[in-house]
Design a protein around this ligand. Sequence first.
Ligand code: AMP
Length: 221
Amino acid sequence: MARGIRVILLGPPGAGKGTQAKLLQDEFGVCQISTGDILRKAVSEQTPLGKRASEFITRGALVPDAVILDLVAERLKEEDCAQGFILDGFPRTIPQAEGLEGILKAKDLVVDRVLSVRVPHKVIVERLAGRRTCKSCAALCHVVFDPPKKPGICDRCGGELYQREDDREETIAARLQVYDTQTAPLENYYRERGLLSEIDGVGKVDEIRSRVSRALGDVTR
Ligand code: AMP
């Protein structure tokens, strides 16, 4: 039986991290933590966290590190994270990576591997502009590359599909710039720690899944 894994998926918005994270979650029985999904749920439920985060998300800016670190520390305490985790969209800054190290150290845990999913900006813009998200289960599809069987309806759960406000073309450019300046430096941070594997994120979902498997080879054995 496969053992638990602790993996970070790094990469720009639209790199396919969410899709791969859900596949790994199902395969390894570990939790998937998408800070973006958690924040969007909080926004739709209008919780204090949601009210605070909404303005940052709409602009394509990052929510403050301290808010995110609290949220992740709480989530990691939950039962479904006991065997490990797939982090998707976190950490996004060096202080978040340092904060994560501290949270894990207190539990005597470390990250097994960081996968950097690489996709050229041009491809990302095409992917994000056509991306639709399920309001109920957060599953993703694409109006051209992976259309739902019934327009506007999620294949997975029958929920309503919508276009995220920050997936509109105006905001995509801002999010990519934030990625280049604030998140891309994490590649070096994890490379220096011997944890980084780079993966070509262009191709079909199952092709990328195979590359992920190869990169995780020694971790999952
Ligand atoms: P995502 O779904 O990962 O693309 O995240 C959507 C938005 O949520 C981002 O553009 C940020 O505004 C916010 N967000 C998600 N994760 C983080 C994070 N780790 N740090 C700061 N902001 C975040």
